[in-house]
Design a protein around this ligand. Structure first.
Ligand code: PSU
Ligand code: MN
Length: 304
């Protein structure tokens, strides 16, 4: 077994106490330094406040880690040489003894191996705009299709082709739920125009997750949480920001795994940091919701 599980996380899992897995690409490649170190610590604190144990996942010096110490977490956030490791890159990162941040895909894979039932992130990867020609579809979709866990997020990032992303999720049998909303949030804005089933609160979501486990259905449940009202952008403004970022990416010849970090950074600059403020706020909210879901799922049947 090549997993290195922090003793606190291992103890919680062994005792059936709630644990929430967290990804690190958003820390190392989504939010600029030095804000990212503050956020990394705050996300873990939000999970603890919600009554669960955080398990931040990353490759540190060639080891696949499930749970980092507070010092290790800040050190990872501060480094500028951390690679982005999706599932295709994990083995290489381990073999070369490097540090690498895990995407949603590699975090889901690792969390499943460790037996963690819930993870939190900002926005999922999905079908990129122009995928008809580039074939750029995030590996997040493949892991969501084959991993039985609940993923709390604010939908998929608006830089993607959201209607095609929803179709791909359906094809792969991934259950998509809105937390008290029947519209898929679009990460930067609360509305995408895409209808999804709404569940009543975290208890409603937990009931679906339990049925999914009983069924033995091998795919994920996505719980989509709208971004905070006061920071969310208007859909028109998001469209303009995405169009400008896409044009800049094409002009700079950006492709593949650099696309998402490049676009996020471009939109942050073009919005004078408002997309970063929003990204931070929604991740913190999602971490709190994920903790509540993990707590609910860990409750014994007679106390529900
Ligand atoms: N959510 C965020 N910021 C991010 C990401 C998600 O708020 O930076 C990352 C996730 O790690 C996701 C990745 O898995 O972007 C998708 O990258 P790609 O499209 O290259 O698979
Ligand atoms: Mn890609």
């Amino acid at each position: 077994m090549s997993l290195h599980v922090l003793p606190e996380v291992a103890a919680a899992l062994a005792a059936g106490r709630p644990v929430v897995a967290l990804e690190t690409t958003l820390i190392c490649h989504g939010i600029p330094r030095p804000r990212n170190r503050v956020l990394a610590t705050a996300i873990e604190a939000a999970v603890r406040t919600g009554g669960a144990v955080p398990a931040t996942i990353a490759v540190v010096d060639g080891k696949l880690r499930v749970g980092l110490s507070p010092e290790e977490l800040v050190a990872l956030a501060d480094r500028s040489d951390v690679r982005k490791a999706s599932t295709a890159d994990l083995a290489l990162a381990l073999a070369t003894g490097r540090c690498a941040a895990t995407t949603v895909a590699s975090t889901i894979f690792t969390a499943s191996m460790a037996g963690i039932p819930v993870m939190a992130t900002g926005g999922l990867g999905g079908v990129h705009r122009g995928a008809e020609t580039t074939m750029d579809v995030s590996a997040d979709l493949r892991e969501l299709a084959r991993s039985r866990l609940a993923v709390v997020c604010s939908g998929a990032k608006s830089i993607l082709d959201l209607p095609r992303t929803v179709e791909a999720l359906e094809t792969h049998g991934v259950t998509l739920l809105g937390l008290d909303t029947d519209e898929l949030p679009a990460f930067y804005s609360r509305s995408s125009g895409l209808r999804i089933p709404s569940v009543d609160g975290v208890a409603g979501a937990a009931a679906v997750v339990r049925r999914q486990i009983e069924l033995g259905w091998p795919s994920a449940v996505i719980l989509a949480v709208p971004p905070p009202d006061d920071l969310a952008l208007a859909p028109d403004e998001v469209d303009d920001l995405v169009a400008a970022a896409l044009a800049a990416a094409r002009a700079a010849g950006i492709g593949g795994k650099d696309t998402t970090p490049f676009m996020l950074a471009h939109m942050a600059r073009a919005s004078s940091g408002r997309t970063t403020d929003l990204n931070e706020a929604l991740v913190l909210r999602n971490a709190a919701v994920a903790a509540a879901l993990a707590v609910e799922l860990a409750r014994p049947p007679d106390s529900r």
